[in-house]
Design a protein around this ligand. Sequence first.
Ligand code: FES
Length: 99
Amino acid sequence: MYIRYNLNFKNMLKIKVNSKEYNFDPEKDNNLMQQLVSQGAEIVSACGGAGICQTCSFKPLSGSFTKKTDTEKMMDLPDGQRLSCQCKPEEDGEIEMIY
Ligand code: FES
């Protein structure tokens, strides 16, 4: 008889996007958009993550995110909005995609 142990102790974060839950692995280099898209989230990305189109922008509803990058600071984003291609969550949270 074989017993299979789950040795995955990673501390995955839970991110709710428009009411659907996704995982975010903080140990990966991938940004929020990349990790959500890899799990099937539909996020518009007209510039491919270069930080210039704003189509990946979201409104944080809860949780905290890495501080704004220089690219985000140069954009004229409405108050509180972030670019999912430029940040990562720091804890469980919920976001609302703008597009
Ligand atoms: S994908 Fe274009 S700004 Fe994020």
